[in-house]
Design a protein around this ligand. Structure first.
Ligand code: 5AD
Ligand code: SF4
Length: 428
């Protein structure tokens, strides 16, 4: 989501006539696209903003803007301006497009702007310009915001309520991306499974949208994220099974394996319900790569709750998991619950990571000596003469090749695996 939003920012800048500054080159405009999902994301953003102070001293005409989730928290925009008086523009999450107006004004008059739209249902903007930087994959927003209010999460407060784009607008953008030749398109939403609820009254949902998009082209890959387990339904599994161009790759964040913790988190499902969904996916999509988000150290988490999380990880055998230590976010319900000792949380996250790593390693072994269709995405960042790309199930593979392969589908035999990394050779 953030990467795609940065593409929107770059799109606005390029419309204004700016180009990308090379690494180390003096920039005329610096935009910080911030995140506040966890405390370390906020600290990182503040650190980067602080570091620009000396640059700005050297080059006072530089325009500095701060946008994204961090600024949308109550009182944060003013606090940022006070702490970093050199900031020229502060914008919230829903009025990013105002950069186009404010940047020329700052350039002309050095006026400063703070503009945070407090509306929880800001209008969905269409006709945005993008400066796509993601290579073979194009991101496509199908909806914005979130209605779920998981008790640990700041997103609903900084991104507002769910707003779906119309199916026509999505189909138009999808077809444009197809025409531009993108071999992979990823549909984005905080909870894609509740797509359309605000527009179509249950008559048209995510599975319908996905099916319509899948029908338009045979070869292209379609991915989507993120799915909330409470809304993930069987109809969607059927659609994924029917259309080979929808990738067998599902990100289904479980957060915790303990029913007590899931309830406290306001997740609206139990471990049993979640495991049933996994069984239904595995039955129809046996090769599906399932990934997840896991959290440890949530308030009231005891050793037995943590062991339930370890157990669900063992049962599901995720191809990859994003693991987080719970981070207290001001204004969320969990912030006023009793907090777990950070040392205990640290110990749990280490054990969880070790467990997931050993599962990933075992699953990687299972890929060896098999052939997979891989979409070549880029040159390998670490090995010259090699390229990398993903299997349909989302696993990254490194194999010999050059830039001519980028954007092409290749049949690759996996010859070797090393923990999470797969290495292969193209089949001739
Ligand atoms: N602390 C730690 N992790 C969090 N996430 C969301 N909010 C928090 C928080 N306060 C994690 C969840 C979510 C992912 C995007 O970030 O696991 O799925
Ligand atoms: Fe946050 Fe929960 Fe919404 Fe995901 S579903 S964005 S975790 S509130």
């Amino acid at each position: 989501m953030n990467v795609h939003e940065s593409e929107k920012i770059a799109g606005i800048l390029s419309k204004l006539g700016y180009g990308e500054a090379a690494e180390g080159e003096d920039a005329d405009v610096v935009v910080f696209n911030t995140c506040c999902i966890r405390d370390n994301a906020e600290r990182k953003a503040a650190g980067h903003i602080g570091m620009i102070k000396t640059e700005k001293k050297k080059n006072p005409s530089m325009i500095v803007a701060v946008v994204g989730c961090m600024t949308q928290q109550s009182g944060k925009a003013m606090a940022l301006r006070e702490k970093f008086p050199f900031i020229d523009i502060v914008l919230g999450t829903s009025n990013l497009a105002m950069l186009e107006t404010y940047i020329p004004q700052v350039a002309a008059s050095r006026e400063k702007f703070v503009d945070i739209d407090e509306n929880e249902r800001p209008e969905v903007r269409e006709n945005e310009s993008f400066y796509r930087t993601s290579g073979t994959n194009a991101w496509l927003n199908i909806m914005y915001g979130c209605n779920n209010f998981c008790t640990y999460c700041i997103v609903p407060y900084v991104r507002g309520r769910e707003r779906s784009r119309t199916k026509e607008a999505i189909k138009d953008e999808f077809m444009r991306l197809v025409d531009e030749g993108y071999p992979e398109i990823t549909l984005l939403g905080q909870n894609v499974n509740s797509y359309g609820k605000d527009l179509y009254d249950g008559e048209y949902g995510f599975a319908d949208l996905l099916e319509e998009l899948a029908k338009t082209d045979g070869k292209r890959r379609i991915r989507f994220m993120t799915s909330h387990p409470k809304d993930f339904n069987r109809k969607l599994i059927d659609v994924i099974a029917e259309y080979p161009n929808i990738c067998n790759n599902i990100h289904l964040p479980v957060q915790s394996g303990s029913n007590k913790i899931l309830k406290l988190m306001n997740r609206h499902y139990t471990r049993e319900y979640y495991l049933d969904t996994i069984a239904a996916i595995r039955e129809k999509l046996p090769d599906c790569g399932i990934t997840t988000d896991l959290m440890v150290g949530f308030p009231y988490e005891e050793e037995s709750d943590f062991l339930d999380t370890m157990d669900i990880v063992e049962k599901v055998r995720y191809s990859n998991a994003f693991t987080f230590v719970y981070s207290m976010r001001n204004g969320t319900p969990a912030a006023s619950m009793p907090q777990v000792d950070p040392e205990v949380a640290k110990d749990r996250i280490m054990r969880l990571i070790a467990k997931q790593n050993s599962i990933t390693k075992e699953l990687s072994k299972g890929y060896e000596n098999k052939v997979f269709e891989v979409l070549c995405e880029d040159l390998s960042p670490s090995k010259t003469g090699f390229v990398c790309g993903r299997t349909d199930s989302g696993r990254l593979v490194t194999f010999p090749g050059d830039e001519n392969l980028i954007g092409k589908f290749c049949d690759v035999r996996i010859t070797r695996s090393q923990s999470a990394s797969l290495f292969g050779e193209t089949e001739v």
